[in-house]
Design a protein around this ligand. Structure first.
Ligand code: HEC
Length: 216
């Protein structure tokens, strides 16, 4: 019973504190603990705003803004494909299925090859090496298991699966979706195919009049 009085006073004070003054009008403004939440500078749409020289609060998009309605570049056959569509260009899979597309669905020309080479040498070369044989500089630094891209399993892999590996990574390899735009990933695949092809040629691929000089 020794603590009855203090506890009773506490209960009364808390009850009045929580319930007592509700709905009553106070003359003094309440204490604002975080005034920046109540009062903040902001732009209201369609209202003049002195911050900008032309006094308009509604701003135009920054120059160079890419609209979501901008179609993908370089789709084979000139098809118009948007970034949100279920299309091989975006997913590496055949539309409506989970099967990889066999062939690169973008235009393969000298320009995309050059772009692919440049992107490959920036993003892939450190690990896979300039020839794609897995002898990049990271091997010397201790990353022992970098895949050679001339492995028959990877040569046979569909372009769609390569797109998936570049976009999402696989095992020890990290994803490159944030470094490489979709079009650039396909360009890298085109260049990677050229690298692989450079090692798969046989004597029959060489025109007859040059074969003799090769044998020397
Ligand atoms: C940081 C190092 C690194 C970089 C950069 C890198 N890779 Fe790899 N990559 C690896 C390693 C390690 C593996 C082996 C993964 C495993 O099997 O554990 C691999 C595996 C692969 C494979 C085979 C996947 C499989 O199914 O076995 C492909 C294809 C590939 N990389 C393509 C690329 C391409 C294209 C790029 C450039 C966009 C790239 N890599 C950049 C480290 C890297």
């Amino acid at each position: 019973m020794r603590y009855f009085l203090p506890i009773w006073i506490l209960i009364v004070a808390v009850s009045i504190g929580v319930l007592g003054f509700r709905e009553s009008v106070l003359r003094k403004p309440p204490i604002e603990v975080f005034p920046d939440m109540d009062r903040q500078m902001k732009f209201r749409p369609q209202v003049p705003n002195e911050f900008f020289r032309d006094n308009r609060a509604s701003r135009l998009p920054a120059s160079g803004t890419v609209a979501r309605s901008e179609p993908r570049r370089n789709v084979a056959g000139g098809a118009v494909v948007y970034s949100y569509e279920d299309h091989p260009v975006n997913s590496g899979k055949m539309t409506g299925t989970t099967n990889w597309v066999e062939l690169n669905p973008t235009v393969i020309d000298a320009q995309s090859m050059a772009r692919g080479r440049q992107r490959f040498e920036i993003n892939c070369l450190p690990c896979h090496g300039p020839l794609g044989d897995g002898n990049g500089v990271t091997k010397k630094l201790g990353m022992a298991v970098v895949a050679t891209l001339h492995d028959p399993r990877i040569v046979k892999m569909s372009d769609g699966e390569l797109f998936h590996v570049i976009s999402n990574g696989r095992n020890l390899m990290g994803p490159y979706a944030s470094q490489l735009a979709v079009e650039d990933r396909w360009a890298v695949i085109s260049y990677l195919r050229a690298l692989q092809f450079s090692r798969l040629g046989s004597l029959e691929d060489v025109p007859a009049q040059f074969r003799a000089s090769l044998n020397k």
